[in-house]
Each structure stands twice: as structure tokens, then as C-alpha cells.
Design a protein around this ligand. Structure first.
Ligand code: ADP
Ligand code: MG
Length: 696
């Protein structure tokens, strides 16, 4: 169990053990991320060439690849250096030429002797009115013609790796590929009519027509499913492992929650109540909670977080809420502290700015249990931060928190319940891929009374009109954000842009009415600027994207985004989500610099037409692909070689269900199918997850 199964050894041997691959060429394969035969198996052809033999080039439309039988009629050696060597040939109806550059004549005389017949295959083109084939891909004696595949798969290549080398290496890999016992659910396999793994691999490498290259062929579907299943099995193992570790049953009394509810100017939405109930049920059990709270911007995740934290305090424990930025941490402090006070709960903040004696005092209070709830940045998880009795860790707005980091957090030696909150609605397939190890609560309902945000696209040439509009709105007591884009390579450039704009707007609206925040500001200045905007002292806040995530100022009802065309969809959605939080009707003005590229146009129109974060995320995925939407490197998502998150969403859901069912029936993977599934994990290089299989 601890080692790779022997049956897989040939696939994990050195590439130079393959026919046609030596130590030197094996290096070249790294260019296509192939370091062992196993990688070749999962590198599938992306297209194919029809090489069915024709009797003549007569009806061919050059340029095209063609295979014909010819008779060699004459050799015309190169007349000068750098000129080609030409060989005239006749097929059944036409004459044409084979052309070779830098060729050795003795070699050509031997392989293509005058008067003999050969089958040649290659690209036919017309040059100076003469049909010719430059360096045929194949030249074979007539009786060996069947060695040319009727349909030749075309693989991704890299320097030093030719199509021929690839074909040879793949053939050699296939010849050593074992039959493996089935890890797939039998009923699923029958229902989908998928082939066995080995047959699927063979079929995927031996397409006979273009149709065989489609992602929807049974062979490729099966192989994609295998990848997703291995990934989901890993997530399911992680989930089982966390759930198995004894957690602390944290049972609230609802005493503090009731006080906060009484102090709220509104009542929670149904979705918020549902999420709170799901969380408190999890926390009450002796398993570790590992839950994701997904809710679009403005859906009210903070209240859910507070209620959850209060449960821990009611039970005599502590909770921590971690935000990704200082601004957000402060905002949580400001929003939550009055409510906490109402309930008699001590809530404190800890960030990188706490130093020396002040920090020491906070750490002491924390370790003695005199701080009940801690909010902060990453600083809250520094080594020397000790809690008296930490029960719940909430991670806010951290869609970049990968599976591994979550596991690490869980391993902090404490039986901490974990709640991750994300405001980035992500398509279902990605949610399953990235958060498949978690249980999910969704806030699919916005607080009542929200008016839709009116979104308009405005050319930068109308900047003056926009400023006039702001003037009128500010006179009515409304507040606005003005977002300056990340235009340059460096922060410095962006900063200049934002500062310039700030000066310009301040000159227009007057000193004291306009604020500025950006990432490079001294922290204290940033806080001060934010505080002035929150209190309404400044009416207009010029900002770089530091306000993107989470910032909440209900009275701000206008969002101006300069150069909106260079922002991503998700980012624009987040920015717009900063307004539309209060009673007034809100406006979002997306200023763009014409002309718009086609994709920029599509992005901006999508935003103008919908405020539904899920719809927007689907468009984003479709436009950019999974890797860019969540960033594969940070997300901890494996790079799938065959599966495709954009197209295989349905398969991902199936895989998750299947993986969870398998583990429920066979938690230690010891049945026949379970053992086969272990082999799959090794094959997919997910063997680290085998460690997670429950011991005892
Ligand atoms: P997000 O999910 O983006 O973090 P917040 O928690 O910041 O959203 O909430 C956005 C705004 O909605 C806040 O001003 C908050 O007070 C308000 N809010 C939250 N829940 C409700 C509710 N049930 N009814 C009315 N307003 C609410
Ligand atoms: Mg929030």
C-alpha cells in the first residue's frame, strides 16, 4: 500500500526506456510536460491527417496532405548550393516533383531509384505552376504502404520532438500499458456506455476520423472522467479525514445571538437563517466543520459570520475572523464591534500593524480568554498567536485559499471548525473542483429592498459629463467611488494616474470633499481616508482597486470605473457590488477608452445586462478558461491533461458524487474496486492522498 503498484512501473520508468527515445531526446520532451511514459499516455492527439492512399493528385486542392503511389521518372540534382534537389514522379494521371533541400544525392538515388514505384505521403503545394511535395513525410516501398496510417494522429510538439518521434514513443508506451482493474462504478460505466480504461487509452491514441478527436467521444469522456474522479477522490479523502478527526462539539445557547438580533435594524434573510442553521448544526457535532459560505457581494455574509462566532462565545470558546486586507479587517471591526458590545462580547483586532507592548497585551488577553472574537489579517495565524480556546476560524473573501492551505489550517493542532467565505461566485464545475472537499452553504437571496444598480457604458471622451453628473449627485448628499485602473506594469504608474485624477477632482469639487486611497499609502493615512468616507465627511473617494473586495459604505451610490475595459469580469462585478447597498438607487458608470476590442465589448455588455454573479462567472469561465479564472497555481487545482473544466462540468459533479459514495461504502479502499481506485490515484499522481486513508 505504501508504494506504487508494480503494475504501473513501466509507465513510471525513464522515457529513454521507450523505443526511439535516448537520454538526450528524453530531455526534449519536457517542453510538452512529459517526463515519463505515463505522461505520454495522457498527451492526446489534437488533430489528425488523412493519409488514405489516392491514385492521383489530380483532384486534390493544394496545399493539402496527400498519399499517392508514384513511379520515379528522373532525378535533377541541385544546380547550385542552396538550390533544391528535384525528383520527377508520375502518378496514375499526373506528373509532379518531390523536392529536397540539403539532400545527399547518394541517399536519394538509393531510396528513390528511377523506374521504381514508391508510395509517398506529404504536403502537396503548387510552386511556380508546378505541383510539388517538399520533403515527403513518408516514402515507402509499395508493399509496405500499409505502414502509413490511413489517419495519422497529430500530437502537440516541442523543439526536438517531431511527429515521428512522438508516434514512436506513444506506440512504445501503449505496448507496455497494462490492463488495469476497473475503478469506475459499474452502473455508471454501463449507463454511459464507456469503454474499459485500456481500450479508451488505445482508442484515444488511434483516431480514425476527425470525429474521434472530439471531447465527447466515449474514450475521451472516460479518460476525462478518470482524471476528475481521481481529483474528487482526493478531495473526498481529505473531507473524510477532516471529518473523522475529533472536533469539539460547540453548542450555542442563542443567548448572545438573540441580543444581536434584537439590536439589528433588519431581520436576517431566509438564506442567512439557513446558513446559520447549517453552521450551528456542524459546530454542534464532534466533527470538524469544513464549510464554504458562498454568497454574492452584498448578500450579507458578515452577519452569518458574526452569528457563527457568537456560537463559540456562547459555548465558552473563541473565534477568529481573518480578512485578506487591512481595510477589510478594520471594516469588520467597525461593523461588528458595536453589535458585539451589545451582546457583551469582547472583540479585538490584530494585524501586522500591532507592534511591541500593544501587540503583547493583545496576545496575552487572547491567551487568557479575555478576547472572545479576534478579527484581523494573516497576522492572526502567526506562530506566537495563542488562543485560550479557539473553536472557529472564519476566512473571509479568500477565494485563493487552496485545498492545501485549508488542510494546514486544520492541522494547527486544534480541532478548529473552519468556515471559508467567498464573494466570488464561481461556476459549479469550478466550485466542485476547488471546494469539493467542503460542505457548502449558499446565500442565494439578497437582503430585501435592494434596487438594481443602473449600469452604463460611457466613453472617456465624455468625462466632463460624468464629472457634472457627480457634482449634481454630491449636491444631493450622495457619495461616490472613483476607481482608477491598474494601467502600468508597476504600482508607481498606477499611483500617478490615481493621484492625477485625485488632484483633478479635488480642484473641481473642493478640498476636503475628495479622498484618496491606494495600496502604497501609509496604513494610518489609508484608515483615516476610509474613515472620512464612511462618516460622510468626504463625498468622493478616489481609489485604486484596494476597495475591490468587501468594502461596505451603504450611502455610496455611484461607482465610476475608469478604463473599465482593462478590468476582468469578476473584478468589475466586485467593484460594482460596492454600491447598491443602501436605500438610494445606485449607478455604475463604466468608462472605457474607444475602440473596444471584441472581448472587452463582451465583458462590458455582460455586466450591463446582468447583476447575477453566477451568470457573470459562467461567461468569465467561457471567455478565459478555468486556469485564469481561479489561477490553477494558487488554487491547488491539478492541471488536468484531458478533462476540461469548461466543458466537463457535468462529469465533475458525477465524479464528486461517485467518489463520496465509494468512500462511504469503502472508507479504507480495500474492496476490489477500492484497490483499483488506489491504482488510479497512483496513476494520476495523487498518491499523497492515499496517506489520508483512515488508519484504524
Ligand atoms: P457581503 O456578503 O458582501 O460580505 P455584507 O455582509 O457586507 O455583504 O452585507 C452587505 C450589507 O447588507 C451590509 O450593509 C449589511 O448590514 C446589510 N445586510 C446584511 N444582511 C441584511 C438583511 N438581512 N437585511 C438587510 N440588510 C442586510
Ligand atoms: Mg463581506
Amino acid at each position: 500500500m505504501t508504494g506504487r503498484p508494480e503494475i504501473l512501473f513501466p509507465l513510471f520508468a525513464g522515457l529513454d526506456t521507450l523505443d526511439g527515445v535516448g537520454p538526450k531526446t528524453s530531455k526534449h520532451f519536457e517542453g510538452i510536460a512529459v517526463t515519463k511514459p505515463r505522461d505520454l499516455l495522457f498527451t492526446l492527439p489534437h488533430s489528425g491527417i488523412d493519409r488514405q492512399k489516392k491514385d492521383s493528385i489530380r483532384n486534390a486542392i493544394a496545399p493539402c496532405v496527400i498519399t499517392v503511389e508514384v513511379e520515379i521518372t528522373a532525378h535533377h540534382p541541385a544546380r547550385a548550393k542552396g538550390r533544391p534537389y528535384r525528383i520527377s514522379v508520375d502518378d496514375a494521371h499526373e506528373s509532379f516533383q518531390l523536392v529536397f533541400f540539403h539532400a545527399r544525392s547518394d541517399y536519394l538515388e538509393k531510396t528513390l531509384p528511377v523506374g521504381q514505384r514508391r508510395v509517398v505521403s506529404g504536403k502537396l503545394e503548387v510552386f511556380d505552376g508546378v505541383a510539388q511535395m517538399v520533403h515527403p513525410d513518408h516514402v515507402l516501398a509499395v508493399e509496405k504502404a500499409n505502414e502509413i496510417p490511413a489517419y495519422e494522429p497529430v500530437y502537440p510538439l516541442t523543439s526536438g520532438v517531431t511527429q515521428k518521434l512522438m508516434a514512436k514513443a506513444v506506440a512504445s508506451t501503449l505496448s507496455r500499458t497494462p490492463d488495469l482493474s476497473e475503478w469506475m462504478d459499474k452502473a455508471l460505466k454501463t449507463r454511459e456506455d464507456w469503454p474499459d480504461w485500456h481500450d479508451a487509452i488505445k482508442a484515444a491514441h488511434a483516431p480514425e476520423t476527425n470525429a474521434d478527436l472530439g471531447a465527447d467521444t466515449p474514450a475521451r469522456q472516460r479518460l476525462a472522467y478518470d482524471e476528475l474522479f481521481a481529483h474528487q477522490l482526493t478531495l473526498a479523502l481529505a473531507r473524510t479525514a477532516t471529518r473523522k478527526k475529533k472536533g469539539i462539539a460547540t453548542i450555542g445557547t442563542e443567548r448572545l445571538q438573540a441580543r444581536v438580533r434584537a439590536a439589528l435594524p433588519f431581520s436576517p434573510t431566509g438564506a442567512q437563517e439557513r446558513a446559520i442553521a447549517e453552521i450551528s448544526t456542524d459546530m454542534a457535532q464532534e466533527i470538524r466543520m469544513n464549510r464554504l459560505l458562498q454568497g454574492d457581494v452584498g448578500s450579507g455574509k458578515t452577519l452569518v459570520a458574526l452569528m457563527s462566532l457568537l456560537i463559540t462565545v456562547e459555548a465558552g470558546g473563541q473565534g477568529v475572523l481573518m480578512a485578506p486586507t487591512e481595510i477589510l479587517a478594520r471594516q469588520h471591526l467597525e461593523g461588528l464591534q458595536p453589535l458585539a458590545e451589545e451582546a457583551g462580547v469582547v472583540l479585538e483586532i490584530l494585524t501586522g500593524r500591532d507592534k511591541g507592548a500593544q501587540r503583547k497585551a493583545k496576545l496575552k488577553a487572547l491567551s487568557e480568554g479575555n478576547i472572545h472574537i479576534l478579527v484581523g489579517t494573516h497576522a492572526v495565524f502567526q506562530k506566537d498567536v495563542e488562543f485560550y480556546d479557539l473553536r472557529l476560524a472564519i476566512i473571509d473573501e479568500q477565494h485563493r485559499f487552496g485545498v492545501r492551505q485549508r488542510l494546514e489550517l486544520g492541522e494547527k493542532g486544534r480541532a478548529v471548525d473552519i468556515l471559508v467565505m467567498t464573494a466570488t461566485p464561481i461556476p459549479r464545475s469550478l466550485a466542485l473542483a476547488q471546494y469539493g472537499d467542503m460542505d457548502v452553504s449558499v446565500l442565494d437571496e439578497k437582503p430585501p429592498g435592494r434596487l438594481p444598480v443602473k449600469t452604463a457604458l460611457v466613453s472617456t471622451s465624455r468625462l466632463d459629463e460624468v464629472v457634472d453628473h457627480l457634482d449634481r449627485a454630491m449636491a444631493e448628499g450622495r457619495q461616490a467611488y472613483w476607481v482608477c485602473p491598474l494601467v502600468g506594469e508597476s504600482e508607481v504608474v498606477d499611483l500617478t494616474a490615481a493621484e492625477e485624477r485625485f488632484k483633478h477632482l479635488r480642484a473641481r469639487f473642493g478640498e476636503g470633499k475628495v479622498g484618496l486611497v491606494h495600496g502604497q499609502m501609509p496604513p494610518a493615512d489609508k484608515d483615516a481616508a476610509m474613515a472620512k468616507f464612511v462618516s460622510g465627511e468626504t463625498k468622493l473617494l478616489v481609489a485604486t482597486t484596494v476597495i475591490e473586495v468587501g468594502v461596505n459604505v451603504p450611502n455610496a451610490s455611484i461607482m465610476v470605473i475608469e478604463r473599465a475595459e482593462i478590468f476582468g469580469l469578476a473584478q468589475l462585478h466586485q467593484l460594482r457590488g460596492r454600491v447598491g447597498r443602501g436605500a438610494a438607487e445606485s449607478t455604475c458608470l463604466m468608462m472605457y477608452q474607444a475602440p473596444l476590442s471584441e472581448t472587452a465589448q463582451k465583458r462590458l455588455k455582460t455586466l450591463r445586462d446582468t447583476e447575477d454573479g453566477f451568470v457573470i462567472s459562467e461567461v468569465d469561465l467561457e471567455m478565459r478558461g478555468a486556469g485564469d479564472v481561479i489561477g490553477t497555481a494558487q488554487s491547488g487545482l491539478p492541471k488536468f491533461r484531458i478533462a476540461d473544466l469548461e466543458r466537463n462540468a457535468g462529469l465533475m459533479a458525477l465524479a464528486q458524487q461517485d467518489a463520496r459514495v465509494l468512500l462511504a461504502d469503502d472508507p479504507k479502499l480495500e474492496t476490489e474496486r477500492g484497490i483499483a481506485a488506489r491504482v488510479l490515484l497512483w496513476l494520476m499522481e495523487q498518491e499523497k492522498s492515499i496517506r489520508l486513508i483512515s488508519v484504524g
